[in-house]
Design a binder for this molecule. Structure first.
Ligand code: NAD
Length: 481
């Protein structure tokens, strides 16, 4: 695994080093070895990217929707063809098991395919005006140059959620991927270029987040910013957006409640929950985190859930037998270790995990951890873990569990398990979240809107709604005489 490659900036159709020549290292989180370097953009590079995006916008917005659609469709086909190479890079830089990297690419291809269709369905309305000789019309126009920042947990999908609607609507984009996942995002950009996207429509800037984001936030040319990441960074960007009155989309954190009603088979639900929790090592904004289990099933569920997670094999994501990879970086490992120690000190019972694996002294590995005997005032019940921690508690009545599940300021995804359709609907209606999954953990799909409420953010990605965050609606009032 001694490969080491370099990723340049992509500005105005050219791959180029940063003007000041700086570079950042990209590590394999399973070995802590440097696997790649990326150019480190400074203010002048980002300004050049914004200028290129503005020039490209003037012509790209004029391209017919059918032609924009064809480019996206072709890029999706190329991404699919290149799955093996790109999935390997994704695993090397994020640590996720190879099968999950391939799965991420499948989701990205589906989403591009979906947006290739939706690009042709940006319809306005025409309605009668206030008299016989007039009409009221609406038409949709691209917002202009978009700035985008994404997290590292799904580097390709999160970038596709921003690049593709921008391209589909006639916007242009300056985008910064997370450090972890830079190579695979560069490969994604190549798919669009090889599909015939004109220069300047996508500009990729890599490097330190603050420099890139401050330049983008200062620019009056950038008319919209879309961010996926933590609540504090999202709040900072929202404050900065006020100066230039930018539109914003915010996909922020979550703390997924799972309500397991009395009428289920607790063993089945525990096994499904272990699979859901282990996905990407719990580093998923819609990861289930707070398990509210009906009192009757608390013991069986907790034991089965802990046992299933405890048996999963940790290892390098390129090893075919690996079920759980490392955490993405040292900062996340330190955070999880500290949260686990605090939860133990607060009196929770460790059902499984609770420490770094004794036999792995390199890489950011941590055992999947299940806590039981939780109190609602414990930190892990209130702060998003964003990692391999699950907290199990019990409930007795519907009103009690809804009150507890809805007690936090997060509102991204919630989960319900029951065989009673009426109860499923009642629980889904009562949860204050942007997404609810019933009897499953699939919270995101190309054709349905993805996003949160309350402190989890605003705006929607995917679905038909995903395009409208990139469009301004214009009202045209026509008097024919
Ligand atoms: P983070 O906000 O620190 O980092 C997320 C990304 O933003 C990284 O790429 C980082 O480099 C970048 N970033 C940091 N400072 C920035 C700035 N000033 N301007 C622009 N970009 C900046 O979060 P983290 O701790 O690395 O990741 C975990 C958090 O991200 C969790 O809270 C999680 O819920 C959230 N997240 C949310 C979603 C979602 O779709 N809702 C998806 C993934 C992650």
């Amino acid at each position: 695994m001694a490969e080491r490659h370099h990723i340049d900036l992509h500005i105005d159709g050219e791959w180029q080093p940063a003007i000041a020549g700086g570079k950042i290292d990209i590590l394999d989180p399973a070995t802590e070895e440097v696997v790649a370097t990326a150019s480190q953009a400074e203010r002048a590079d980002v300004e050049a990217a914004i200028a290129a995006a503005q020039t490209a916008y003037l012509s790209w917005r004029q391209v017919a929707a059918w032609d924009r659609s064809k480019v996206i469709r072709k890029a999706a086909m190329l991404l699919e063809e290149r799955t093996d190479k790109i999935a390997r890079l994704l695993t090397l830089e994020t640590g996720k098991p190879l099968a999950q990297s391939k799965g991420e690419i499948v989701s990205a291809v589906e989403l591009m395919d979906w947006y290739a269709d939706e690009a042709r369905r940006i319809f306005g309305q025409t309605i009668p005006g206030r008299n016989a000789d007039s009409r009221f019309m609406t038409s949709y126009e691209p917002v202009g140059v978009v700035g985008a920042f994404t997290a590292w947990n799904f580097p390709i999908v999160l970038q596709v959620r921003k690049i593709t609607p921008a391209v589909a609507t006639g916007c242009t984009i300056v985008t910064r991927p997370a450090e972890e996942g830079t190579s695979c995002v560069a490969e994604l950009v190549k798919c669009f270029i090889d599909a015939g996207l004109p220069k300047g429509v996508i500009n990729l800037v890599t490097g330190k987040p603050e420099v890139i984001s401050e330049t983008i936030m200062d620019s009056d040319t950038v008319r919209k910013v879309s961010f996926t990441g933590s609540i504090p960074v999202g709040q900072h960007l929202m404050r900065r957006a006020a100066d230039t009155v930018k539109r914003m989309s915010m996909e922020l954190g979550g703390h997924g409640p799972v309500i397991i009603h009395e009428d289920v088979d607790p063993i089945k639900v525990a096994l499904t929950s272990a699979a859901g929790k282990s996905r990407n090592n719990g580093q998923v904004c819609v990861s289930p985190t707070r398990f509210y289990v009906h009192k009757k099933h608390e013991q069986v569920f907790t034991e089965t859930f802990g046992e299933a997670l405890g048996k999963m094999k940790l290892g390098h994501g390129l090893d075919a037998s690996t079920e759980i990879g490392p955490l993405v970086n040292r900062r996340r490992l330190d955070f999880i270790e500290e949260m686990v120690e605090q939860t133990k000190a607060e009196g929770a019972r460790v059902v499984t995990g609770g420490k770094r694996p004794a036999d792995m002294n390199r890489g950011y590995f941590f055992e999947p951890t299940v806590f039981a005997d939780m109190r609602d005032d414990m930190r892990v019940m209130n702060d998003e873990p964003f990692g391999p921690i699950a907290a199990v508690t019990s409930f007795e009545t519907f009103d009690e569990v809804i009150g507890r599940a809805n007690s936090l300021s997060y509102g991204l995804a919630g989960y319900v398990f029951t065989q009673d359709h009426k109860l499923a609907q009642k629980t889904a209606d009562a949860l204050k979240t942007g997404i609810v999954a019933v009897n499953n953990y699939a919270a995101a799909t190309a054709e349905m809107p993805f996003g949160g409420v309350n402190h989890s953010g605003f705006g929607r990605e995917n679905g038909s709604q995903g395009l409208y965050d990139y469009l301004d609606v214009k009202f045209i009032n026509i008097a024919y005489t």
